[in-house]
Each structure stands twice: as structure tokens, then as C-alpha cells.
Design a binder for this molecule. Sequence first.
Ligand SMILES: [Zn+2]
Length: 321
Amino acid sequence: MTTTRRAAIGAAAGLLAAPPLLGLRDAAAQGAAPPVVGPAFHRFDVGALKVTVVTDGSNVRADVTQGLVMGATPDQVSGALRAAGIAGPAMRNPFNVTFVETPRGLVAIDVGTGGIGGPGTGALRDNMRAAGLDPARVVLIVHTHFHGDHIGGLTGSDGAALFPQAAVAVPEREWTFWNDAGEESRANEARRPAFANVRRRFAPYLERVTRFAPEAEVAPGIRAVATNGHSPGHTSFLIANGAAQALVIGDAITTPAFFMANPEWYPSFDMDPPMAVETRKRLLDRAATERMPVVGYHFDMPATGRVERAGTGYRLVPAAA
Ligand SMILES: [Zn+2]
């Protein structure tokens, strides 16, 4: 079954401004925004499990040929945009949260930006409502990693928990890294605020946080898959039911037009680029070989599709909306 609906934030598409997100170097979104925002949510089945990808919205990077794609020249990046049929150099960056109805209850994989991505973001709760999902019904939040655009939605502007009933499960290694005072003191100026943000966002959940080991089953039908590199403990989640499966990859692969087509390239946000590239190649090979649907946090809605080999790289074949 496939269900979509136009995004609640669609009308705001013309209002997108500079996103103060994650210390983005290309934050000034001055140019005309690409017009398409896409649906508010996309629902599909993995065997008997209902999966709903809900968008938190998107922002626009003004010029993706500068400072975003490492390992490539601006000309090569422009070429990749052309090959993907994207006018550029402005490009939309979406943020999408995955929900799974499990026998234990509703599970969220990441929680959106909390609006830190600018006026086109922070629409998760409205779009959850459009999808018939009540935040109070979320029994478990699992995190791929702790970058601000994935944990911002844990709390409101008053610091209160936005998911009142949810336990929170986090990758052990990610938790250790971001709560390590030594790592914080050694971090560069751009990255240091992310440590304080982790403390702030998790504060109202501390009593309910558990840490899981790589490859742990975090909920019935959802297993962690270590995909380190984008961050120290970055984790993907394999949803499986009977013979059906789908892999929620978080930021192991971000923009398909760049990092599927050219697995050697990497986004400037990858914290350990060689490891991230190795992880990405492994994931792409597995997804293509097993014909396994993937769900990307930063893919355009419907944010899911199959991976095919194409030339020297891969491409995403989006699911029918
Ligand atoms: Zn991200």
C-alpha cells in the first residue's frame, strides 16, 4: 500500500531562508528555491509491518558546488547535478523520519530537526498528524546518530520532551563519543556546540535512555546495523518481517545524485571520511545485490527506493509515490 499527501509546509516553499544548521558552510540560501517540496508522508509495508516515512520539511543549500561535496571539483559536482536532471547550484535538503508499527508499539527512527534547519523545517508534528500518527503513541525512539538535524525534535523550545511516552535507545559508541569531555575539548570550534546540544536534547529523557551494541535487535523486527563513519557510532536499522526487509540508512548515504553515483565522494559532514566511504560502498553493494529497499533521511520524498548499479557507481530508483 502506498499513501502520500502534500506536505503541510509546502506553502512555505518560497520563504526558505539561511539554515543555521550544523555549521553549514553554504548556509546562505539566496537563490530561487527549487519549487518541489513533495508529500508529507509515504507509507509502505515490510511484510506485516507498516512503515511510514514522514518529512520534517527541507531547506535549500544555495550552492552545492561549494564546500559540500569533498573529493570532487566544482565542475564534477555540476556534472553530477546535470546527470541527475537537477538545475543547481541550489539544491533542496530534506529531513525525513521513519516510523514503524511494531508489536511493541510505534517506533521512531530519529526525530527531525526541531526547526533548527530554518523556516521550511520543524514540520514533523504537523505531518505526523496528517499521517495519523500521534507523538504520544511513540513508545521508542532509536537514533542513527546525534547530529543536530536528527535529535533536534526531541525537545521543544522550552526544553520539554516532545515524546512524553517514549523510551530512547542510542548506539553505545555514539553516546560515549558525544558525552566525552575529552572529545568535546579537542573538537574544533564548528563542532563543539554539537556536544552541548546533545546534553540539552537528551536532558528530559535521561531516565529513559538505553544504549545498544552494534547489531542489537532494538525492537521486534528492527535490528541495528553498524554504519560508522558519518559519525563515530552512526547506525542504520534493518526492518525485517518474513522475507521482506528494508534498510533505514540515516546519513550513511545522503544525496543520491552525488554519493550513490560517486561512492568515493563524501559530504563535508562525514566525521571519518575513509570509514564513511568504505561503509557507503558496502551498503550500496549489499542493497543492490539483495535488491533491498533503502530509506534515506536526506532523500527526496518518498525517501525510499531500490539501489541499482549504474556505470561506475549506483543510482536510486525511487519507490512509486
Ligand atoms: Zn543528517
